[in-house]
Ligand binder design. Structure first.
Ligand SMILES: Cc1ncc(COP(=O)(O)O)c(C=O)c1O
Length: 399
């Protein structure tokens, strides 16, 4: 057994309260090849357009190598910023390229937002449950999380009362195929949310890495687009991780110029800028509409995998278990009967070489310990069936 490492430095108070994420610990176990893991949050590698990306890097290096290997502006590569702005405007927003900051994945956006918007004890409203990586990022800046109730339709706008929102720095919202629940906010709720946020002067951070991965239902306008009509202050985060590949580490923030200016100062201190070569190569990939032909393939892959898991759940899980039916993205959320603790279930599942993520760490408020997240996109169909059958048997033991 490994001995804990003795610190050889005095860590800052901020560092002392850092802990390894529950998911990271679980993923260590799931690296064993015999484990069927529904725990990961990784996109399916079969959807990565390897050859297209390779050709783009080749072309950029061959035609513009010296510029690609040089430092670049903190704000990002100008043609890519313009492309992002135009893409958002096609979806109903009204932004200019100088309202776009290119970042090293939307995870960096979360950290930068924490840096510039959160003081010790600042109120930050979060959906309950919410994306664990955001809770971790924001936690470094020591906010007071205020959980906003959710139901089967996601975040409940009416729950954001003036008292709840008073003094809050922002609301962190995931309107499409939420991580972890897979839920999507209806058009009615989106409109109500931006309206309410505008009235209350509450900025919204809209995190939408999965929006392009819709395989059922009707596409809904984003909060940034809806917010423009009622004057809501929406800061939108987007990512190339799920539409191209996460190893590129490329995302963006779209926001009011004054917010972008402050974020640029924070990013300068963090890493000067996002890699020039990657930005130029990704621009090369997307500029002539590659995503319009590529995304249908990824959506179809995820739809088939998701269908396979939903069918397996219906076959193997007892009637007392409920789950979400996502219209896109990579996750679904399972609610077990109240008396089953999913962390205990995980220990038993791992003994039988199946892994998932228990729901508790995703809650900023009181954790519902009878919940869990299943990811279906990286597991082959026969393993989805086998893994769900094992989980079903374990759950039935508690009935
Ligand atoms: C909701 C959400 N936001 C942000 C991220 C970070 O994505 P990236 O930094 O790869 O853009 C993820 C990653 O899984 C996510 O699920």
């Amino acid at each position: 057994m490994d001995q804990p490492l003795q610190p050889v430095c005095t860590f800052s108070q901020r560092a002392q309260q850092l802990t390894s994420s529950a998911i990271r610990e679980i993923l260590k176990v799931t690296e064993r090849p015999e484990v069927i893991s529904f725990a990961g949050g990784l996109p399916a590698p079969s959807g990565f357009p390897v050859e297209v990306v390779r050709a783009a890097f080749d072309k950029v290096l061959a035609e513009n190598g010296r510029a690609a290997l040089q430092y670049g502006p903190t704000e990002g590569y100008a043609p890519l910023r313009k492309w992002v702005a135009e893409d958002l405007n096609r979806a109903g927003a009204n932004v200019t390229p100088d309202q776009i900051l290119i970042v090293s994945g939307s995870q960096q956006a979360l950290d930068l937002l924490g840096k510039v918007l959160i003081d010790d004890g600042s109120k930050v409203l979060v959906e309950d449950p919410s994306y664990l990586g955001a809770l971790q990022s924001f936690s470094l800046y020591q906010p007071t999380f205020v959980p906003v109730p959710t139901d089967d339709g996601g975040l409940v706008p009416e729950a954001i009362t003036p008292e709840l929102a008073a003094g809050a720095r922002f609301l962190y919202a995931l309107p499409n195929f939420q991580n972890p629940t897979g839920r999507t906010l209806s058009l009615e709720r989106r409109k109500a949310l931006v309206q309410r946020a505008a009235e209350l002067g509450l900025p919204i951070v809209e995190d939408d890495p999965y929006g392009e991965l819709r395989y059922a239902g009707e596409p809904q306008p984003g909060l940034l687009a809806l917010g423009k009509d009622c004057g809501a202050n929406v800061i939108r985060l987007g990512s190339f991780s799920k539409v191209l590949a996460p190893g590129l580490r490329l995302g963006y923030i779209a926001a009011h110029r004054s917010i972008i200016d402050k974020l640029v100062q924070a990013k300068q201190a963090t890493d000067l800028h996002t890699p020039t070569l990657t930005q130029m190569a990704v621009y090369e990939v997307v500029k002539d509409g590659f995503l319009t032909t590529h995304l249908p393939t990824v959506r179809e892959l995820y739809r088939v995998q998701g269908r396979c898991m939903l069918d397996a759940l219906a076959r193997e899980f007892p009637d007392t278990v409920k789950w979400t039916v996502p219209e896109g993205g990579m996750f679904l959320w399972v609610t077990l009967p109240d008396h089953i603790d999913s962390t205990k279930l995980l220990a038993q599942a791992i003994e039988q070489n199946v892994a998932f993520v228990p729901g508790a760490p995703f809650y900023a408020g009181k954790a519902q310990t009878n919940t869990l997240r299943l990811s279906f996109v990286t597991v082959p169909e026969e393993k989805i069936r086998a893994g769900v059958a094992i989980l079903g048997k374990l759950i039935k033991q508690y009935a």
